[in-house]
Design a protein around this ligand. Structure first.
Ligand code: ATP
Length: 300
């Protein structure tokens, strides 16, 4: 598969803090990749460097054999909080961006119209953007990012402001775009990545802590779990403290992952028998995507 973009040792420092710390990865042509991580993990900083909005402290970004000096026309970017001129209509705004992004001036209006239709804003194209709802703004943000048919589409949390239906719709649009576009988007919700994403990159405190396809990540982390219900959060916390196995807590429930068939329930119960903790229920489950996310970003 052909590589569109490659970055090596990308680092961004703010004083002593490393917002992005020595990350290396590549994006293959016409694939989609999710940058996943909790707040402050470095997702926006990474996307901003790729979009050319921020200069990296060290490291290199190479796109399709070229250095990234004049690649604005090859890139479409949807910022986390897109801003529009409220007094322009969606069509006027998208047409303006099309011209700025290198679409031939006489084609700009037509391309803007086609793009607004594609993102589901065809009937709102003559409305002023200042009247748009959150979901409409997100669609317009996507429209302005793709109107010039960029080879690389960078999207910062494209669905986090949307309800579940809006999320699904935008993810479906991205799936269609992927036929001709390389997509890198950030999210803090692993579930959003499930359907279409080829590659997952997990960031934590600026570092790339895991990467792989959804299948690979599931295989690695979706070990069976015991869910142990205690009478209080304090009891669950005490159990996590005394457990020699990989264990974490959510309220009154402690989760123990079973790696290579270990621990056995018998061992867990023996451990409990020697404590004063009162267990009310045990369930065996497989890690959900949310639990996988927590395991990955909390490891190390
Ligand atoms: P979120 O999900 O909240 O958007 P994120 O993963 O996009 O988070 P970044 O916005 O990239 O994270 O921030 C990474 C780290 O860099 C944070 O600790 C943040 O405080 C720090 N940071 C970002 N921008 C600056 C700046 N201009 N000056 C100083 N520190 C910054």
């Amino acid at each position: 598969m052909k590589t569109l973009l490659y970055m090596q040792g990308l680092t961004k420092e703010y004083g002593k803090e490393k917002a992005v710390d020595n990350i290396t990865f590549s994006l293959n042509k016409n694939t989609s990749t999710a940058l996943i991580g909790p707040n402050g993990a470095g997702k926006t900083t990474t996307l901003s460097m790729l979009a050319g909005l921020l200069k990296q402290t060290t490291g290199s970004i190479v796109m399709d054999g070229e250095d990234t000096k004049d690649i604005r026309k090859m890139i479409g970017f949807l910022p986390q909080y897109p801003q529009f001129y409220t007094w322009l209509t969606a069509l006027e705004f998208t047409e303006m961006v099309a011209k700025l992004s290198g679409v031939e001036p006489k084609m700009a209006k037509l391309e803007a119209e086609k793009t607004l239709e594609f993102v589901g804003l065809g009937s709102a194209k003559n409305k002023k953007t200042g009247t748009f709802s959150g979901g409409m703004k997100q669609r317009l943000g996507l429209a302005q990012a793709i109107v010039h048919k960029p080879a690389l589409l960078l999207l910062d949390e494209p669905v986090s402001a949307l309800d579940p239906i809006g999320r699904r719709e935008i993810m479906n649009l991205l799936k269609e775009l992927q036929a001709n576009t390389t997509i890198l988007y950030s999210t803090h919700i692993l579930n959003d990545a499930e359907e279409m994403t080829d590659q997952l990159l997990f960031l934590r405190k600026g570092k790339l802590v895991e990467q792989g396809s959804m299948r690979e990540v599931r295989e690695k982390y979706a070990n069976p779990l015991y869910k142990m219900y205690f009478s209080s959060s304090e009891e669950a916390a005490l159990f996590v403290e005394m457990s020699p196995w990989p264990t974490r807590q959510e309220g009154p429930v402690a989760f123990i992952s079973i790696e290579d068939g270990k621990p056995k329930m018998q061992e867990v119960l023996l451990k409990l028998a020697n404590s004063n903790l009162s267990l009310s229920k045990v369930e065996r489950a497989t890690a959900s995507l949310e639990e996988i996310f927590l395991q990955v970003v909390n490891k190390g």
